[in-house]
Write a protein that binds this ligand. Structure first.
Ligand code: GLU
Length: 589
């Protein structure tokens, strides 16, 4: 189809009629009660999960319903064009299992994909390209989760999302801000520009946006199942969009080389979670290829040796930042897809190794750059991986900070913590023509140049930061937490746990507190309004300093607390990302 034909065909898909009345979504960021609970960043998504719980669905059914609806209302963060990580707690069996449905590099992918002349290419050029697109894993993940642990069909769980895509939803300020940020990228791809821009500018807040193409895609899955995505016409449309990106006249972007075989062969992975302990809690998180679980565990192991409770807040926060810095130095150096790289995970998770790392912290003075440590002597088993031939590099990748996270629990105590993404806001920018979803740019999560464990390779999954986490106490669920935000995901989850357990904040306060993200880069990321505050000045006295480009919110976390009296409290953002939506099946204590 020529680019010129697109606007006409799609014009009926975008309804600007403000007179049409969409459901009024009133958001509540905190809700307590009994039965199932859900927290997402989108009211329609939380409502979708609740409706599935009320129909007798379990947490897995409800999580997929919420995720599919987020694909409609938050199409710049997530959707069937991307991938994700799900942590599932099965109450009856007291078992946690994780589902990796991360995008993989097509079989044609080469290590120099992002450095054709030996030099890393410009990040934004790499993002808006067919080459940035990994084989999407989301639909396979939803299928596998439902198939093994759900009770409902695609048809049942996709129904609420199909309704929102068909009836439309009103754009809020947050949506508009994200579309504005993407005007340049979306303008490259008419199918995307037509849907989300008008005369090259983001649609105004209050616009009623429908996505009948995505409703059709979901209906295809409802009737044809997972195969309808990974083979046939839809698969061909994905391959075409990747290999010949449908660009505006005069635009050229780098094509990818994805085949129908890449889609047909895509597999998710059931993986054992990363387990660690922290002050009487057991934390269960996402293993590689996400670096989230290991890095959070290492930082907490380092922090555990300090009596944080007895300290002034600023000193405890200084130590939190230093622990994060050290854990990130290791994360940046060692972690990558475990099917391609023997990462020294047991060493990184060992309490003895953490004790060595802790010795490097000066309780009165910030380090400005930490070197990776040597975890190999702490592997303590016979399967010690070979040390890499060259000293590990510890670099912080240029990466963007997006995605979405949702938390669901059901009346039987099953829990799902689910983070999924299309990588950058607006992914690669490429909408699959006629199918209404944007393709990811997950391949830019690889290191562009090596040697490094996380360089591109055919069939490899790029290292992630996604950190869906469940915490247990005395064998019972205590809380679950997760967030979007690229590598800041790790610090958001870590800091919220630290705020809650060490600073004694209740979960809403822990989640709403200003976020401080130290990732062993040049300076610490902070949010608007933090610099100059008493809290910031107190930390500056330890030599901490801030990235003054820090003008964005960090993360958009969602949590559920399982209270000792048997009630549940769903907690979403009280301020960030346009306020989140927390719901419980039966309100009140
Ligand atoms: N691509 C990121 C990751 O896997 C998530 C996207 C983001 O939040 O920026 O860690």
């Amino acid at each position: 189809m020529t680019p010129n034909a697109l606007p006409q065909r799609l014009s009926s898909t975008i309804i600007l009629a403000l007179a049409f009345s969409a459901p009024a979504w009133a958001k509540t960021p905190v809700a307590s009660g009994t039965g199932g609970a859900v927290a997402t960043i989108s009211e329609p998504a939380s409502q979708a999960a609740l409706s599935i719980l009320n129909k007798g669905g379990n947490a897995v059914d409800a999580a997929v319903a919420a995720a599919a609806t987020l694909g409609v209302t938050d199409p710049f963060s997530c959707g069937v064009g991307g991938g994700g990580f799900m942590v599932i707690y099965l109450a009856k069996e007291k078992r946690v299992i994780t589902l990796d449905h991360r995008e993989v590099a097509p079989a044609s992918f080469q290590p120099d994909a992002f450095a054709p002349d030996g030099k890393a290419m410009d990040f934004d050029t790499a993002v808006a390209s067919g080459m940035a697109v990994g084989v999407p894993g989301t639909v396979r993940g939803w299928h596998d989760a439902l198939d093994r642990y759900g009770t409902m069909s695609f048809k049942q769980v996709l129904a609420p999302a199909i309704k929102v895509a068909t009836d439309g939803f009103r754009l809020n300020d947050n949506f508009v801000a994200l579309a504005k940020e993407n005007e340049k990228k979306f303008a490259l791809f008419p199918e995307t520009a037509t849907r989300y821009l008008k005369d090259g500018k983001a649609l105004p807040a209050g616009t009623l946006l429908r996505n009948p193409d995505l409703a059709r895609t979901y209906r295809l899955l409802s009737s044809g199942g997972v195969k309808a995505f990974y083979s046939g016409k839809l698969a061909q449309a994905i391959v075409d969009a990747v290999n010949q990106p449908p660009v505006a006249a005069g635009v050229s972007v780098r094509p990818g080389r994805m085949s129908l075989g890449d889609l047909a062969n895509y597999e998710s992975r059931w993986r054992q979670p990363v387990r660690s302990t922290y002050r009487g809690y057991e934390l269960v998180g996402m293993p590689l290829p996400s670096s989230g679980g290991v890095t959070i565990a290492e930082a907490l192991n380092i922090l555990e040796g300090f009596d944080l409770h007895a300290m002034p807040r600023e000193k405890a926060e200084h130590l939190y930042m230093e622990a994060a810095r050290l854990a990130f130095a290791d994360r940046n150096a060692y972690l990558a897809d475990p099917e391609y790289v023997e990462a020294p995970v047991a060493g990184l998770l060992s309490k003895e190794y953490a004790a060595r790392r802790r010795e490097l912290i000066d309780p009165t003075q910030a380090h400005h750059h930490a070197q990776p440590g040597d975890p190999y002597p702490f592997q303590r088993d016979l399967s010690v991986p070979l040390r890499p031939a060259s000293a590990p590099q510890s670099k912080l990748l240029s990466e963007s900070a997006h995605t979405t996270h949702l938390a669901v629990s059901d009346k039987d105590g099953n829990i799902v913590a689910y983070t999924f993404t299309i990588e950058s806001w607006g992914g690669s920018g490429i909408t699959v023509p006629g199918y209404g979803f944007i393709l990811n740019n997950e391949m830019t999560d690889f290191d562009f140049t090596g040697p490094h464990p996380n360089v591109p390779e055919a069939g490899k999954r790029p290292r992630s930061s996604m950190s869906p986490t469940i915490a247990f106490r005395n064998g019972k669920p205590a809380f679950t937490i997760g967030s979007p935000g690229g590598a800041t995901i790790i610090t958001t989850v870590l800091q919220t746990i630290f705020n809650h357990i060490d600073l004694g904040m209740d979960m809403p306060a822990a989640l709403n507190a200003p976020r401080i993200s130290e990732r062993n880069g040049l300076a610490t990321s902070i949010e608007p309004g933090f610099a100059g505050s008493a809290q910031a000045r107190a930390l500056e006295r330890f030599g901490q300093h801030w990235d003054d480009a820090g003008v964005e919110e960090i993360g958009a976390a969602n949590a559920i607390v399982f209270n000792p009296d048997g009630t549940v409290t769903a907690v979403s953002e009280g301020k960030r990302h346009g306020v989140g939506s927390a719901l419980v099946q039966k309100r009140g204590h």
